[in-house]
Design a protein around this ligand. Structure first.
Ligand code: ANZ
Length: 852
């Protein structure tokens, strides 16, 4: 019988699902292992690159299960969001229809990959059953003052017609459509993540099993800065203005002040300025710029015409307005120290403002303010204060502490910890999301929807015109309601929630996915949480993971969860790429094999057309995706699985190769035929003791197990290839009897099962085993059987390799030395020389040191 995956795979997929093998009774005893792949946004097509993520998760799940753990592997859908709505406008179908049909397709794909999820716990964020608890959560946050409405300058995407969170603005552009983001003032709903900034920052220290890179990205995003707030008196205003600085020790060098153009005091400051009109025009221009444009514009400013008093030098210093000071950070005002801050330095040079040196290297020369090419910014013990009164001569850290004490003593400011993190703006002026459960009443103001009225359902029959604005806002039936307080006419909030709210707590919901009485089942959630292994892309390093850590803490503070950190271990898989070139004219993808180079330019062989830009990322828009369907049709899902995990270490980027697929297929074919041979073999009924094969088998169990624990799937698979070769050799040589062959072969099947689940189930059955191989035990290595009979010891003479000897295992020193004395090759090097000493590195080598 040839190896025909088609005949096997569907059969086992049905058998697993009929037997509901992956369904977990959350109350059943056992040591839990909660495995979770980030739930996907159902966009329809999954390619082999996505497959890596889920296959990897499934392999781990199967492994832990065979290890005897109560393993849970649930799956759901991050089903709300903009693309569904855009598809609806473009194709004239309802976002729900688009979403549901994509979910069906992706579910089928998971099935075809042989991935086992506990579908009894399936959830989709677009179902009232789920988003009702999103609304409930929002109400709890509102009660605790953690959800609030405020007018704020927001990032507005002119093409998607919606507000974006800071996290969704990448280099000044919309994360989704790449349009330049502009600033607008709007009333919006925010979640107060800033209240948790310190806990979110400190918690990173406890995440031992998270990639350092992700922790660093989160740390930078939270942006904890320790410094001081200091008041500078402004005589013309008769009041003080507060600045934030991380270098209060440089205050003697503050020669001017800079305000963000949006700073509220600017209006009064420039009220009597002769060039007021021009300055106002300039401010309006800056306000209208995106942060990107603001950065690209270079440093620009205007003198307000007013001065402030430096509280330490008592000098009057000019107050400037500058585009590089942001209103959203600190107090929106800075003391400028051009000698020691590069931005201030550039600004000072540009507008000819004084530069004063107040820090110098402890050992070296004091920089010269007139000639220095850039600011001197050293902040550690290798620098010290100069020209700075009471802190003169103090090393910087000491100077900072001392000046803060003095600022506090004089009552002109205080020590301050600030975060770059902003509150989370969750309002979206879009239809396909969770309605924010709030009501506006002329008499009672903002009134929350009573909990018993949840869910506020998203009406499904609104028209999609694609014209500006949110279709919900135009739906009178939805908008008009009655005030829960006074019973009078009132209007509903028509904004929906950012979909990152949906994904911020779903991991806790799986445990009681269909419970319509509460958001999470606390005792059960506490048994199953935190997630032991979370797997997903690095693109979620900041947004999703930070929000999930935040919401987990709020649930913790409400007494609903015992944990503050939702994910114990995090793994980011690498991308699968497919290299090629882009056809400039037609936008299509051309494989490297079809490219030739003429005068250093890439050209398509067949057509001679010019090709541009090398492509590697697998993406629909590059026409280079490998769809799993054809692959599975031709080689089977097991081949794709083995290849995907064999291609590279899973955290690394990997280039797809069709030849590699064939190699993986051939390996599985060999395993198949070997199974047939062993089953049918009578020639090996008697044979050698099979010692070598037994040893190899136990050694393989040992290494594969360790590699699994370290996510070294690629080397685990090569280890299995070696074992299968050893079994093949034993069959040919007759070194092992039938029982030993069978034993080794079934071990191979078990070890291979997480990678190639279908073929191994089939062979397991053909070998007459009862039940699924999935539910059998992971093999255990017997250390006694792993020991080699003989070991090879390397022999060096004066550090140079001169030979080797074989001795029985374990190697006794005396036996090793005796073997060396008996070894003629080594003796040649020693003839006539005096042996000074013999250094033995147990089990490895002997170095003989000689003289003469
Ligand atoms: C004086 C000074 C002297 C500063 C010096 C730095 C070095 P991080 O570390 O990122 O928190 N700053 C404060 N608010 C700002 C705003 N709204 N827009 C732009 N810049 C602002 O940065 C804190 C430093 O950034 C502060 O410390 C302030 O400049 C500036 F030798 O104050 B510093």
């Amino acid at each position: 019988m040839p190896y025909e995956p088609k005949l096997i795979e569907e059969k086992w997929q049905s058998a697993w699902s009929d037997a509901r093998v992956a369904e977990v009774d959350v109350n059943a005893p056992g040591e839990k292992f909660y495995m979770l792949n980030m739930f996907p946004y159902p966009s329809g097509d999954l390619h082999v690159g996505h497959g890596r993520n889920y296959i990897l998760g499934d392999a781990l799940y199967r492994y832990f299960r065979m290890q005897g753990r109560a393993a849970l592997n649930p799956m759901g859908w991050d089903a709300f969001g903009l693309p569904a709505e855009n598809a609806a406008i473009k194709r004239g179908i309802h976002p729900r229809q688009w979403t549901v049909s994509n979910i069906e397709r992706e579910k089928k794909q998971f099935l075809r990959w042989g991935i086992l999820y506990d579908w009894s716990k399936e959830l989709a964020s677009c179902e009232p059953e789920y988003y009702r608890w999103n609304q409930w959560l929002f109400l709890q946050l509102f009660k605790r003052g953690l959800a609030y409405r405020a007018k704020a300058p927001v990032n507005w995407c002119p093409s998607d017609q919606t507000v974006l969170a800071n996290e969704q603005v990448i280099d000044g552009r919309c994360e989704r459509c790449n349009s330049i983001v502009i600033q607008r003032d709007l009333e919006q709903w925010f979640l107060k993540i800033t209240d948790y900034a310190d806990r979110l920052d400190a918690g990173l220290d406890t995440l031992e099993h998270w990639p350092e890179k992700v922790k660093l990205m989160q740390r930078n995003w939270i942006g904890r800065s320790v410094g001081a707030d200091v008041d500078f008196e402004v005589p013309s205003l008769g009041k003080a203005m507060r600045i934030f600085t991380t270098r209060p020790d440089t205050i003697f060098g503050a020669t001017f002040m800079v305000l963000a153009p949006e700073h509220p005091d600017v209006v009064t400051l420039i009220a009597d300025h002769p060039d007021r009109a021009e300055i106002e025009q300039w401010i309006a221009g800056v306000r209208n710029q995106s942060n990107l444009e603001r950065q690209e514009a270079g440093k620009e400013g205007r003198f307000s015409g007013k001065t402030a008093t430096n509280p330490f030098t008592n000098e009057q210093i000019p107050i400037w307005l500058g585009n590089f000071v942001l209103m959203q950070y600190g107090t929106g005002a800075i003391m400028a120290v051009p000698g020691h801050d590069q931005r201030d330095f550039e600004f000072a040079r540009q507008y000819n403002l004084p530069i004063r040196i107040v820090v110098r290297p402890s050992g070296g020369e004091t920089p010269d303010a007139d000639t220095m090419p850039e600011a001197f910014v050293v902040k550690d013990d290798s620098a010290m204060a100069v020209n700075s009164g009471l802190i003169d001569g103090l090393p910087t850290p000491k100077a900072i502490a001392t000046i803060i004490d003095e600022i506090e003593r004089r009552g002109i400011g205080k020590k301050m910890v600030r975060y770059r993190l902003r509150d989370w703006l969750i309002s979206r002026q879009r239809y396909w999301g969770t309605p924010i459960p709030m009501i506006y009443c002329e008499r009672d103001g903002i009134v929350p929807v009573p909990e018993e009225q949840l869910p506020v359902e998203l009406p499904l029959d609104v028209p999609f015109t694609g014209r500006e604005g949110n279709p919900l806002a135009k739906d009178e039936r939805f908008v008009n309601t009655t005030c829960p307080k006074c019973g009078g006419a009132a209007k509903r909030e028509t904004d929906t929630m950012d979909t990152f709210v949906d994904s911020s707590w779903y991991y806790a919901r799986f445990i009681s996915a269909h419970d319509d009485t509460k958001i999470v089942d606390t005792p059960l959630a506490n048994r199953w949480l935190p997630v032991d292994q979370y797997i997903g892309g690095i693109e979620h390093a900041i947004l999703h993971l930070l929000y999930a850590r935040f919401i987990c803490r709020t649930l913790h503070d409400m007494g609903l969860l015992a944990y503050e950190e939702p994910f114990t271990r995090l793994f980011n898989q690498g991308m699968i790429t497919k290299e090629g070139y882009r056809d400039a004219e037609h936008g299509t993808w051309v494989a490297i094999a079809d490219v030739e180079w003429i005068d250093g330019n890439a050209v398509q062989k067949a057509t001679g057309r010019a090709l541009i830009a090398e492509i590697s990322k697998m993406s629909k828009s590059h026409f280079n995706v490998v769809p799993p369907d054809e692959l599975i049709e031709k080689y089977g899902a097991d081949t794709e699985r083995v290849y995907t995990l064999f291609i590279a270490p899973p955290e690394k980027e990997a280039a797809w190769s069709d030849d590699g697929v064939v190699g993986a297929h051939r390996f599985l074919g060999r395993v198949w035929h070997m199974g047939e041979q062993i089953l049918g073999a009578t020639q090996n009924a008697e044979g050698g003791s099979g010692q070598a094969l037994i040893r190899k088998t136990h050694q393989t169990i040992d290494t594969i197990t360790r590699r699994f624990d370290r996510f070294e799937f690629n080397t685990a698979i090569s280890g299995l290839m070696e074992l299968s070769n050893a079994i093949g050799d034993a069959i040919t040589s007759g070194d092992a009897d039938a029982a030993t062959l069978r034993q080794s072969y079934t071990t191979l099947l078990k070890l291979l099962h997480p990678f190639a689940p279908h073929i191994t189930e089939e062979l397991w059955m053909l070998f007459g085993n009862e039940g699924f191989i999935l539910t059998s035990d992971w093999p255990k290595a017997d250390p006694a059987l792993m020991v080699e009979d003989v070991v090879t010891i390397v022999v060096q003479v004066n550090g140079k390799l001169r030979g080797q000897v074989e001795v029985p295992n374990p190697p006794e020193k005396e036996v090793v030395l005796a073997a060396i004395r008996a070894n003629r090759k080594v003796q040649q090097w020693l003839a006539g020389k005096e042996v000074v000493k013999e250094v033995y590195v147990p089990g490895k080598l002997v170095n003989i040191v000689i003289k003469g």
